[in-house]
Design a protein around this ligand. Structure first.
Ligand SMILES: *[C@@H]1O[C@H](CO)[C@@H](O)[C@H](O)[C@H]1NC(C)=O
Ligand SMILES: *[C@@H]1O[C@H](CO)[C@@H](O)[C@H](O)[C@H]1NC(C)=O
Ligand SMILES: *[C@@H]1O[C@H](CO)[C@@H](O)[C@H](O)[C@H]1NC(C)=O
Length: 323
């Protein structure tokens, strides 16, 4: 089999598409092995793939993100236009168009069969010499197996939580080991890098890569990890400024002091003397005195931290007092 590679050829495939409502967040695409492969899909299925809402040019087969495919088929027509040739490639399930720009064709190919990659602007159709159909037979054996083993199996969504959880764990460990009490997202890019590059290893071949770059994936993963950590109260932003500084909740000595102060002062008041201060009262006092942006989750985390270090005691029902 001879594969003729012409890096400068361009294929544009016309894909029929319908929007898919719930699609996997783009940050997680790299976790799907189908995304980094050249899935060998039938033309019929390629034509049915809905396009991503998040990133145009990415399509979904059965929830697997796809931006390039390998197709083997016969060229059933070739039409000449001013600037390009248009080939119809028939794999037995359907016919798909591919365009090859003329000025980039040295000797115009008229392949009897081609395998090619789609979606990406820079394409490489291969001419396959297959006189005894051995390539085609091998392909016909392999593809149904790939469908069974891989394409038709839904992506395990727990890989979602895996990537995020790993990122969260790395950030929390980093803050603890280095006693970090505040940081900017930028400071964390390097420590999360291994998560993203390991996902992308398999796309490192000399093929042009469309879809989110490693850098975009890193930023997205970082953002989602920080959002989750913020939601869960591990970190918070003292001031909402353009300068994105996150404080590590339990490392923020000023916040710890402010909360202890509030509980101490207010527990002395008749109103709270018996039952202790309610968390919502503490929350509104912290927001008034310290930072409007302290969330209930952050305060809860701080209160249990103070309780562990015996600075305060819980009197039950979300109420706290000091010794
Ligand atoms: C997803 O969960 C299954 C069963 O709980 C587990 O066997 C598998 O390893 C998990 N996948 C990942 C990527 O963590
Ligand atoms: C929390 O972040 C603010 C800036 O947003 C900073 O001024 C403050 O010192 C930080 N607190 C600690 C304990 O680092
Ligand atoms: C704190 O500020 C951030 C950034 O502006 C915002 O996303 C978040 O919702 C705020 N949290 C609270 C509890 O106000």
């Amino acid at each position: 089999m001879t594969r003729v590679w012409s890096p400068s050829m361009t294929l544009i495939l016309q894909l029929l598409s319908t929007p898919l409502l719930a699609e996997l967040p783009s940050v997680l695409w790299g976790l799907d092995p189908v995304f980094s492969a050249f899935p060998r899909l039938y033309v019929r299925d390629i034509q049915d793939m809905p396009e991503s809402i998040q990133v145009p040019g990415i399509y979904f087969y059965n929830s697997h993100p796809v931006y390039r495919v390998d197709v083997l088929g016969k060229v059933v027509y070739k039409r000449e236009r001013e600037d390009f040739f248009c080939y119809g490639v028939d794999d037995g399930t359907g016919v798909i168009n591919c365009l090859c720009w003329k000025n980039e064709l040295s000797d115009s190919p008229s392949p009897s069969s081609v395998s090619f990659i789609m979606c990406v602007p820079c394409m490489c159709p291969d001419k396959v010499n297959d006189p005894v159909m051995s390539v085609q037979i091998a392909w016909m054996m392999e593809v149904p197996e790939l469908y069974r083993q891989c394409y038709d199996k839904p992506l395990q969504l727990n890989s979602t939580s895996t990537a995020l959880n790993k990122a969260k764990g790395i950030i929390l460990d980093f803050c603890e080991e280095k006693s970090v009490n505040r940081f900017r997202p930028y400071d964390l890019q390097n420590i999360l890098q291994p998560l993203v590059s390991s996902q992308l290893q398999t796309t490192a071949a000399d093929q042009p890569v469309a879809g989110p770059s490693a850098c975009q994936q890193l930023c997205q993963l970082l953002k989602e990890a920080l959002d989750t950590l913020e939601k869960e109260g591990f970190i918070y932003r003292k001031v909402k400024s353009q300068d994105q500084v996150y404080n590590v909740t339990t490392q923020d000595k000023d916040l710890l002091i402010a909360v202890k102060c509030i509980i101490r002062e207010d527990s002395a008041k008749d109103k709270y003397a018996v039952k202790g201060c309610h968390i919502l009262h503490i929350l509104s006092a912290v927001r008034q005195r310290y930072s409007l942006n302290v969330s209930r989750a952050a305060l809860e985390r701080l209160l249990s931290f103070l309780e562990c270090s015996s600075d305060i005691i819980s009197t039950g029902e979300n109420r706290y007092t000091v010794f």
